[in-house]
Design a protein around this ligand. Structure first.
Ligand code: SF4
Ligand code: SF4
Ligand code: FES
Length: 862
């Protein structure tokens, strides 16, 4: 009997004669895995669905309770149905699965001891699960030649089991074109048509998508450690404003790798290559590990003891007439708040470039005061008509671009569903859909990597992009102001220069109006307030007609939105010409700069002058850079891997990241340095910040917008059965011998006062709350596919809900006044310098990672 639960019909099926309630509309494999059964599979992937290629997921299906013979079916290709009876334990089904794994393993090299996948390999797990223990054949195995695929991915084709997941991800899911499957006789080959750097920005996902060791992480290979020897913690990517969830792993004080951490609402199963491979700045030789002090007259910074550095800072602050603090969009909320507390709200500057400061404040204002909701990435995937205004998303917010590739499938797949083809039957859906795509319109300065899936593209300068946006808003609601139409000379619609723009305006307006879930994406990418305003006008025009329009702004850094919500002052006030000419320093006798290279925010001359006017410059940062090398005092700040803290992504979602390992030398979180400085200078409040929870509580009390941060993760005193959650897996090896070259006594593990995670292998081994999951593991499931056991249903939210809480709520009934179009200050015919972002090359921290530098040199040659 069908029952309706939370909008879904539940049906009853019988597995090995036991009844189970499951959601209708799925396939049998997904249902069995969601129910917790161990059923082996290879080619099926929850994000890429079923193709029935590997034959590993066989079960026996019976017509009814009288049928004793049954028939073998592939569970991933069989839709569930009310009253269905199947057996996983049936001897025929088991024998079938055993024979499938045996033939898949015929040519497999069995080189697990030297394979980087060993110990976390889906093929190993499935082989054990299926009971294939002994090899019964002896012959010369088929071998392949491996390819050089660039700085990120290692290729070892002999390990391939022909599941086709890689090519389906690379081409069908991520839109890559330079990777394919090639075959000749009985040989099937997955790679490029010739050796060369993989061109997709998402190539790193092959590491997790491939169930064997064909594609492995080349950067991890440089400092390889088995999975069970990695100390891991839940983290958040710091390389753009999207905030993908990651698992970061360390051994011997070196950060070894980044893996995807599933968040149904954010990045799902995937990361971009900048996020996956940009981590090596943590291990850079340019790291600041001790406080650095510049001697009176000398220019050289010399290492100093922590106590001496703190004393010197204390002396400087007590004798300074004015102290200002410059925050950072790449530092945590807590560190920015600590600096704001130290210098006072009136002396706290956001640290973004003046233009970014204006744009981010505008975007936040629009999202807070307007009726349009800012979507999660999962919501972006569900959109059925999208307009991108002014952003080259693959370079500014890569995973958002990947989500848009999913969104263009929604309209065609909906029409396929009417023909009773299930959405999970990937091959059938692709055959039906062919090249049909839902409407995606892109207006950008230049061509973008998403143009291949766009219905129409419009290439123009920001002023014309904005006027296109204003015109669409006006078409949707005549009350929206009328802009001057883009000039024909400067615009191009899909290669058609001088095209009349009004048909495009009407087409986009109609597509958005007819959609169920229209989405407008814009951002700070083309540095135009008018573009951001035009996006708001369109979303508001849709909302005024009762459409649940969504409005998404891409921002550049991992805490841009968080810093924006902190309301710091703009650097413009410090950099403006009048101040510079008069040599005034606006109370900035002492300047404290938090994790920020100011030379990336303004011209060298302006920053030189500004720093030159300050009597004392104190810098907290991770690496030696043009700003930190100018500090009279430079303090070693922990990176994301050495810190606990909170970041707010472009959607306004506050997310917690945890220390992966205790740093060496004097490195500590910036907020702890500032706490120590406050204590040194005898200021009140400092001693109350004994841990992350107390500073977070102080922040929420001082700035109510951050109140939801208190609920994003369990407090440090959280325990399960009286135990902490161990960062080290239960098979962690060499604990007593790791430092035997220094001491034969096992040192006491560092204390972890800021979180419920311990630096130990002892603790609660079951499943912790979602924000605390340090790795995916379950008995019999050692690969990343163990994630299935952590989800409410396979492919759905994590048990207990996905991590993170939104800080920005739309005012659904608000009807704010439309923005009026202000003509661009630069007149027609004048040249404009516009930023061009690169996924490899534009972001500061990832450019300290050797593999990203190689990719940047390769891709940005022109
Ligand atoms: S390379 Fe990996 S993902 Fe691709 S077909 Fe072979 S086993 Fe499957
Ligand atoms: S999209 Fe952004 S947040 Fe996500 S992995 Fe890439 S750089 Fe990191
Ligand atoms: S998982 Fe079902 S055939 Fe491959």
């Amino acid at each position: 009997m069908q029952i309706r639960v939370k909008g879904c019909f539940m049906i009853t099926i019988f597995i090995d004669n036991k009844p189970f309630q499951i959601k209708e509309g799925q396939n049998l494999l997904q249902a069995c895995l969601s129910l917790g059964f161990d059923l082996p599979y290879f080619c099926w992937h929850p994000a890429m669905h079923s193709v029935g290629a590997c034959r590993q997921c066989a079960v026996k299906l019976f017509k009814d309770d009288k049928d004793t013979r049954g028939r073998i079916v592939m569970s991933c290709m069989t839709p569930v149905a009310e009253g269905m009876r199947l057996s996983i334990d049936d001897p025929d089904a088991k024998a079938f699965r055993a024979s499938v794994i045996e033939w898949l393993m015929l040519n497999h090299p069995h080189d697990c001891p030297v394979c980087d996948e060993g110990g976390e390999c889906h093929l190993q797990d499935m082989t054990v699960m299926t009971g294939h223990t002994y090899r019964r054949t002896r012959f010369k195995k088929r071998t392949h030649r491996n390819q050089y695929l660039g700085p990120f991915i290692n290729h070892e084709m002999n390990r391939c089991i022909q599941c086709y997941r890689c090519v389906r991800f690379y081409r069908d899911y991520a839109g890559g074109r330079d990777f394919n499957v090639f075959s000749c006789h009985d040989s099937v080959y997955f790679g490029r048509h010739e050796e060369g750097v993989l061109e997709s920005e998402f190539s790193g996902n092959l590491v997790e998508v491939c169930p064997t060791g064909v594609f492995t992480d080349k950067t991890f290979k440089q400092h390889y450690t088995r999975k069970w020897d990695l100390q891991t913690a839940p983290s958040v990517c710091v390389h753009c404003g999207i905030g993908c969830n990651t698992i970061a792993g360390e051994r011997y004080g070196t950060l070894r790798r980044i893996l995807n951490r599933y968040n149904h609402e954010v990045n799902g199963y995937f990361l971009c290559d900048r996020g996956r491979f940009g981590y090596e700045f943590v291990n850079s030789g340019k790291r600041i590990r001790k406080a650095l002090i510049k001697q009176d007259s000398g220019k050289e910074q010399k290492p100093a003891e922590k106590a001496d550095a703190l004393k010197q800072v204390g002396d400087i602050l007590s004798n300074s007439k004015g102290v200002i603090g410059i925050g950072s969009p790449r530092a945590s909320l807590e560190s920015n708040f600590a600096l704001r507390t130290l210098v006072g709200a009136d002396n706290f500057y956001s640290g973004m470039s003046p233009q970014d400061h204006r744009l981010v404040s505008l975007a936040i204002d629009i999202l807070q005061k307007g009726p349009a909701r800012t979507p999660s990435l999962h919501d972006v995937e569900m959109a059925d008509a999208v307009l991108v205004l002014g952003e080259d998303l693959t370079n500014t917010a890569p995973i958002l671009a990947l989500a848009l590739r999913r969104s263009v499938r929604n309209q065609p797949v909906e029409s396929v569903a009417k023909k009773r083809i299930p959405a999970w039957d990937d091959n059938a859906v692709r055959h039906m859909v062919q090249n049909e795509k839902g409407p995606l319109y892109i207006a950008a300065i230049t061509s973008t990597r998403l143009d291949d899936i766009a219905a129409k593209t419009f290439h123009a300068d920001p002023a014309d992009i904005a006027s296109l946006g204003f015109a669409i808003a006006q078409e949707l609601n005549p009350q929206a102001p009328t802009p001057p139409l883009p000039s024909g000379e400067r615009t191009e619609v899909r290669g058609n220069a001088n095209a009349d723009i009004m048909p495009l305006v009407r087409e986009i307006a109609a597509a958005l109006k007819n959609a169920k879930r229209p989405l407008i994406v814009s951002g700070t990418g083309c540095q135009s307030e008018a573009v951001i305003q035009s996006a708001a006008n369109i979303a508001w025009a849709l909302c005024s007609s009762g459409k649940p329009a969504e409005l998404c702004y891409a921002v550049h850094e991992c805490n841009t939105m968080g810093l924006g919500l902190m309301n710091g002052k703009s650097l413009e006030e410090l950099f403006k010409p009048s101040i510079r000419e008069e040599g005034r320093n606006e109370g900035a006798e002492t300047v404290i700069i938090l994790e920020n290279d100011l030379y990336r925010r303004a011209d060298e001359k302006i920053v030189d002058e500004f720093l030159g006017r300050a009597k004392h410059v104190i810098v907290l940062d991770h690496l030696i850079n043009p700003t930190s090398s100018k500090g009279e005092l430079t303090l070693p700040a922990g990176t994301f891997a050495e810190s606990n803290g909170t970041l707010v992504n472009n959607e306004g979602r506050a997310q917690r990241f945890y220390q992966v390992f205790a740093p060496d030398h004097d490195i500590q979180e910036s907020w702890k340095w500032i706490r120590d400085i406050l204590a040194q200078s005898g200021r009140s409040g400092a001693v109350e910040w004994k841990d992350l929870d107390t500073i977070t509580a102080a922040m929420a009390a001082a700035l109510p917008v951050f109140k939801p941060v208190l609920d994003i993760a369990p407090n440090a005193d959280f325990r399960i059965s009286g135990q902490k959650v161990p960062r080290q897996p239960h098979r962690y090896s060499g604990r007593t011998a790791m430092l035997a070259n220094i001491t034969v006594h096992e040192p006491k593990p560092p204390e972890s006062l800021d979180s419920p995670l311990s630096f130990s292998m002892e603790g609660y081994e079951g499943q912790p709350p979602a924000p605390l999951i340090p790795r995916y593991w379950s008995p019999g499931w050692n690969s990343v596919q163990a994630l299935n056991k952590f989800q409410q249903e396979v492919g759905g939210p994590l048990k207990g809900g996905d991590p993170g809480k939104g800080l920005i709520e739309p005012k659904q009934d608000a009807r704010p006044a439309y923005f009026s179009f202000k003509p661009s200050p630069s007149g027609q015919g004048e040249e404009q310098a516009l930023p061009r972002y690169r996924i490899f090359g534009s972001e500061e921290m990832s450019m300290y990672s050797p593999s990203i530098v190689i990719a940047s040199n390769y891709f940005n040659k022109s």
